[in-house]
Design a protein around this ligand. Structure first.
Ligand code: HEM
Length: 498
């Protein structure tokens, strides 16, 4: 079998990398370690811009070089994201039969609705759609940050990741789903996270009701809550995002059950990266005392307004965006180093990439962030070091190089449209936390927690164990009243994207 699989490999294809355990080694490695498995190999072959891994059921081309990322982008009709979406609708959302055919990409005989749903999301996450979502999100974020001053005191420790998860879930879903947001029920929120944190066995899709019972059942509870939500016409009083997604599917003839299934998977898209990105942003800042002090000063000077008559302390999101350069840069550095994602495409017909590498129809192509985000050609020396200023010194020439060397929000033309919403949420929360609270790990050491590699949808991998902390309200602002301010038309962040 080994001989046969090797012979199948055309010499013009990227070189085949063999696993240590013959034949099944790569597939096992990815199930066990997730995307960091690619990094391990890429560091073994640093000069290899692209290589092939045999994953048993299919072949995967792993791209390491930013210039090849650009070539993949140029050929996005042939090296496409769309078939991957159909796979996700089937395995992740559990949609089958005529509902799946409706969603399937047109070039493979479907009606292409999944792609239309995706396209409807892009404008909804900009302009007035983004403004309305930001206004709602920020109200709930404030409540969660306020609560820390009342419910947690010096002697109470709690899991920082669980706290971020609840704060972000409440704020994001209220903005997205409106007044009868189903995630307000704790059971629904918990179901989403059970579904999300055990995704790998569900995606393997071998008798999922037995092999991934917990996530299968959690998904069913989530879908039932979303069916109830649509039946109560919740989407009519929600965000442009939710309404557009529902309308495209409904007008095309999708059933409410299938719309709810796709929406359950969308919940993962909305939350699974924002939560760990919040956790790691706080971790990376609070674990560096001198950076924390500098940021406190920057936000106090540029992002905080104290109303003279009321004494209300206002964290202004537009000022954070425009004038807190170190904070915005630190956040991007966290994303650069903590992203374990690998934007994935399907090769739809044989193609010669960059006139050099033969990619075969039906294969998968992946662009792992852990390697691409550390390429010296774009990021200079010491690319594995956390440099909070890395995104501050941008010359336009460097920005061009960086554009295909930053995979944390994916690669064009499928760049994450939720990045402005997520960045606003994370930076607002971090800014207020930095001003108001000190955070100390219960163990006394900022040792990074173990990762949960089963949360396959999260490109920023969440912790797989608790990270207990104690939070102290800072003397400087003790007892003060706080709020956030968001301004119309100023929710867009100009971040480096791939
Ligand atoms: C820090 C938080 C986030 C990170 C790191 C992140 C990261 C990503 C990544 C890596 C991709 C894959 C793109 C590709 O394959 O090239 C993606 C796609 C996407 N994300 Fe996000 N995301 C975040 C938050 C959000 C939020 C809050 C939303 C929605 C409200 C969202 C909606 C989407 C959508 C719809 C896509 C598919 C885009 C397309 O193919 O056209 N994301 N995101």
């Amino acid at each position: 079998l080994h001989y046969w699989r090797t012979r199948e490999h055309d010499p013009k294809e990227p070189p085949l990398i063999f696993p240590r355990i013959p034949i099944i080694g790569h597939a096992l490695g990815i199930i066990r370690h997730g995307v960091p498995y690619y990094t391990k190999h890429s560091t073994l072959y640093p000069s290899q811009p692209v290589y092939t891994m045999d994953l048993l059921l299919n072949k995967s081309y792993i791209v390491n070089s930013p210039s090849l990322v650009a070539a993949v982008q140029r050929n996005h009709r042939v090296i496409s994201f769309d078939p991957f979406l159909t796979g996700a609708a089937n395995r992740m959302a559990g949609i089958t039969g005529p509902g799946l055919e409706l969603l399937r990409e047109e070039q493979n005989g479907g009606r292409g609705i999944n792609n239309k749903v995706l396209h409807s999301m892009h404008p909804a996450l900009l302009g007035t759609g983004l403004d309305r979502m930001n206004e709602k999100m920020i109200k709930f974020l404030k409540l969660s940050v306020d609560e820390l001053a009342t419910t947690h005191n010096v002697n109470t420790s709690f899991d920082l990741h669980a706290w971020c998860r609840h704060a972000i879930t409440v704020a994001s879903t209220d903005a997205v789903y409106g007044s009868i947001n189903p995630y307000k029920e704790r059971e629904v929120e918990d179901s989403l996270w059970t579904f999300e944190s055990r995704l790998t066995p569900l995606l393997v899709n071998i008798m999922p009701s037995i092999t991934s019972r917990k996530s299968f059942r959690a998904r069913a509870r989530l879908v039932a809550a979303l069916v109830k939500y649509y039946e109560a016409r919740g989407h009519e009083n929600s965000s442009e995002l939710t309404y557009n997604r529902w309308k495209v599917q409904h007008d095309a003839g999708a059933t409410t059950e299938d719309i709810a299934k796709l929406e359950a998977a969308a919940g993962i898209g909305i939350l699974s990266n924002t939560v760990p990105s919040t956790f790691w942003t706080l971790f990376d800042i609070y674990s560096r005392p001198s950076l924390l002090l500098e940021l406190r000063e920057e936000i106090r000077q540029n992002g905080l307004v104290i109303e003279p008559d009321t004494g209300l302390h206002i964290v202004d999101l537009a000022s954070i965006r425009d004038s807190c350069h170190l904070l915005v840069s630190s956040f991007q550095e966290t994303l650069r180093l903590r992203s374990n994602g690998a934007p994935t495409r399907v090769v739809c017909k044989d193609i010669l990439l960059n006139d050099q590498w033969l990619l075969k129809e039906g294969s998968i192509l992946q662009m792992p962030a852990p390697t691409i985000n550390r390429q010296p050609v774009a990021w200079g020396d010491a690319t594995s070091d956390f440099n909070p200023r890395r995104f501050m010194k941008d010359t336009s020439q460097r920005d061009m190089k960086r554009a295909t060397a930053f995979m944390s929000f994916g690669a064009s033309p499928n760049i994450c449209p939720g990045r402005h919403f997520a960045s606003g949420e994370i930076l607002a929360l971090a800014a207020m936390m930095i001003l108001r609270y000190d955070i100390a790990p219960e163990s006394g050491i900022w040792r990074p927690p173990m990762l949960n590699t089963k949360a396959m949808a999260a490109s920023v991998t969440p912790p797989g164990e608790m990270f207990l902390v104690k939070v102290h309200e800072r003397e400087e602002f003790k007892g003060d009243k706080w709020d956030f301010r968001v301004m119309e038309g100023r929710g867009k962040f100009s971040l480096v994207v791939g």
